[in-house]
Design a protein around this ligand. Structure first.
Ligand SMILES: [Zn+2]
Length: 356
């Protein structure tokens, strides 16, 4: 077993395979006193980069991390794949930036179209939380398509920017965006997940989403109820394996997909913060809502046992909620985990395999 220590940009380039934390905060709020960007991670193998989630601020971090060539209208040249774990805004809000700014930041240098994968249509509306106490009952937004998947969401986003897209193609001779990106809804195997309002993460084996000469990417459903589908991804590379939990409560599928991984990047929530918002001594005690938040996320006290059960070498905490909880507090996640724990910071890299 090797442990993986955080590296800076220069140290990281010695490794053929590396993970880069672009943004490490979770949740849509802007956290006071935190300069963590929104959740986003990059995995580099040889000279191909795979991006996981597009939280707020991923683009400038991508550039600062040195993941592509520097220079005017350069940067995304090595991007090969994009994988969205689930359709919550904090994971997607800077996805339009990827589509619209690629032209101006390196799409000319791409060696092939970027393959973009994300959850498909939920098909069924999520239940109304605490419905008996709700007045008014919320009206369905966009009832003709209230739960779109990645392909449809992308088409609608691009429609919204049609003027810019036509302008750039006609006035600046930019390449057709439809040749730069290819979009894919992730198809669940067999009858898995047929009831999105039932068990959101029925026991299953990881299934293949994507493969090329650098990586094999597999996915599994995790428990981020009522969001469905919500995925964890595993990247198997020639130098080892990396698992990205996405957002999840304690969930056996996460242990399944993370089995024996070299690096597990896992979300985490500070329960004391939840308690201060909704606990019995808070201004607005709400045990139901508290339970609801807990089911969808993994507490500091719980994450170590997940990593231990999976037998991972290094556990890296990311998607930290709230983004301004002190590092010393997150370090309590070592509890129940005999491996190496790192509290993630933006722009940390980790190398896999031997340096070149
Ligand atoms: Zn989420």
């Amino acid at each position: 077993m090797t442990t993986h220590q955080p590296l800076d940009n220069a140290q990281a380039t010695a490794y053929r395979t590396r993970v880069t934390l672009l943004g490490t905060s979770g949740g849509p709020p802007w956290w006071d006193g935190s300069d963590r960007a929104g959740i986003s991670t990059a995995i580099t193998v040889n000279d191909s980069v795979y991006l996981i989630d597009c939280g707020e601020g991923w683009g400038p971090r991508y550039r600062k991390a040195g993941l592509g060539p520097a220079g005017f209208q350069k940067g995304l040249d090595d991007l090969r794949g994009v994988f969205i774990t689930h359709h919550h805004s904090d994971h997607m809000v800077d996805y339009p930036n990827l589509l619209l700014l690629a032209w101006h930041n390196g799409s000319d240098g791409l060696r092939q179209p970027v393959q973009v994968y994300g959850p498909g249509d939920r098909r069924v509306l999520p239940p109304i939380f605490d419905e008996t106490n709700r007045d008014p009952i919320p009206e369905v937004f966009n009832p003709e398509s209230p739960t779109p998947g990645l392909e449809e969401s992308t088409a609608r986003l691009l429609q919204a920017y049609a003027l810019d897209i036509n302008d750039r193609m006609r006035d600046n001779a930019k390449q057709d965006l439809r040749e730069i990106f290819e979009f894919h809804d992730i198809v669940l195997p067999g009858t898995t997940g047929d009831d999105p309002n039932g068990d959101p993460s029925p026991a299953m084996e990881p299934f293949e989403v994507y493969a090329d000469e650098n990586v094999r990417v597999t996915a599994i459903l995790v428990d981020h109820r009522p969001i469905f589908p919500a995925f964890a991804f595993r990247f198997d590379t020639p130098d080892g394996s990396i698992v990205v939990s996405g957002d999840t409560g304690v969930c056996s599928n996460l242990v399944t997909i993370a089995d024996g991984a070299d690096i597990l990047l896992h979300e985490c929530i500070d329960m004391d913060w939840v308690d201060s918002l909704l606990g019995p001594n808070s201004a607005r005690p709400d045990p139901n809502l508290m339970q609801h938040m807990l089911a969808a996320h993994t507490a500091i006290e719980e994450v170590g046992a997940q990593a231990e059960a999976a037998g991972v070498d290094t556990l890296v905490l990311t998607h930290l909620v709230p983004g301004n909880t002190p590092v010393e507090k997150w370090q309590q996640a070592q509890q129940g985990f005999s491996g190496h724990l790192v509290v993630g910071e933006d722009l940390m890299h980790f190398g896999l395999g031997e340096p070149r």
